[in-house]
Design a protein around this ligand. Sequence first.
Ligand SMILES: Cc1cc2nc3c(=O)[nH]c(=O)nc-3n(C[C@H](O)[C@H](O)[C@H](O)COP(=O)(O)OP(=O)(O)OC[C@H]3O[C@@H](n4cnc5c(N)ncnc54)[C@H](O)[C@@H]3O)c2cc1C
Length: 361
Amino acid sequence: MSLINNAADDAVFMRGESVAELWVVLQEQEGLPPEYNQEVLAEAKEVAAQYPGQLQLCAVQLRAPLSSPVEKSTVPFFKAVVPERLYVLEHPALGRYTTEGYVAALSWLIRERTPALIVTSATVNGQDWAPRLAAQLGLPFVARCLRFALEQEALLALRALYGGRAYVQTRTRLGRQPALVTFAPGTRGTPPMTGSPAVGLPMPEVITYQPSLAFEERNPSLQHLGIEAPSAEEVELEAAEKIVAGGRGVGREGFAELAAFARLLGAAVGASRVATDRGWVEPERQIGATGKSVSPRLYIACGISGAAQHTSGIREAQTVVAINPDRNAPIFALADLGLLGDAREILRHAMQLLQEESVGV
Ligand SMILES: Cc1cc2nc3c(=O)[nH]c(=O)nc-3n(C[C@H](O)[C@H](O)[C@H](O)COP(=O)(O)OP(=O)(O)OC[C@H]3O[C@@H](n4cnc5c(N)ncnc54)[C@H](O)[C@@H]3O)c2cc1C
């Protein structure tokens, strides 16, 4: 689904200046896959490219002073997409995430620079500070976009509703003030960060600020007590990056092996309706037309035939692996990789390989 974007010289967000700024606020958070920042950068770069020379892609990093030099810590992090400019906001309160620290620091920088658009990933923290910042400054805000674009006088955004069963396109009229957007994590499916930093690409101009911020640093009204992450297999299916799902072909006993394999892989457990109807796994784990719609990076279907009512729930999965002894099973038509054989046997073998790898055999 694409958004129509009419780039124009006299777009309202230009505000008569030669170059407007599109910010990506980088997020650091324990357990946060670093590619979440990368995918927002990639999406924002496409939006900025609609206005060459007029809209500048900038990254914003919040951190404590005296952290390691940006050139060594942050800049190497830019792989496929390098922003033109990196704003580094330093304050003792920004050493770890606090709602008020982020809101105060970003409010300060917004007043200083007045960007056209501010984007961040809709992570736990992103969903916390972004709406508060928008409310405090009275800025337009669109949450959990799958795509977004700027047109002459508006921000266009595509969002999913009802767990991905419907889409809505919104048009937010822009004034002279910035707008804020959060981007649904995992939407672009940016590849994991491997390899070396972008080679041969120009490095960003780095501008560091050390503002004095007016907020109650010692006695914040909101306190971050910590994040308790569920084990990967218990992760909500809609949020799971990897899913191992089982159907009739796995059988009741096979589900214990399937869950052990999922645990080893750091994946959530899913199921076909046959498996949930028979009580092999909880009803919340059902995927499909009358279950959940999922969008993992990896979906491993074990002993699932691939009925339309099931596959309608995995349309957004990026890579599908199917294990089934029946070469005519419909699931193979949409699988990226098909393994012909008994699911339990193949899972046992895969588990052994994973275990050997983890102990370095
Ligand atoms: C209104 C409606 C709504 C529905 N909603 C959903 C829904 O939300 N989700 C859903 O999943 N279904 C739903 N269904 C049911 C759907 O039509 C299918 O019946 C169901 O998905 C089939 O589940 P399955 O693939 O586990 O079983 P089957 O279709 O019976 O397939 C089992 C597969 O296992 C394979 N197999 C056999 N032995 C092995 C082995 N040793 N190792 C590996 N593979 C093996 C077989 O070759 C076969 O392909 C719905 C149906 C209706 C009518």
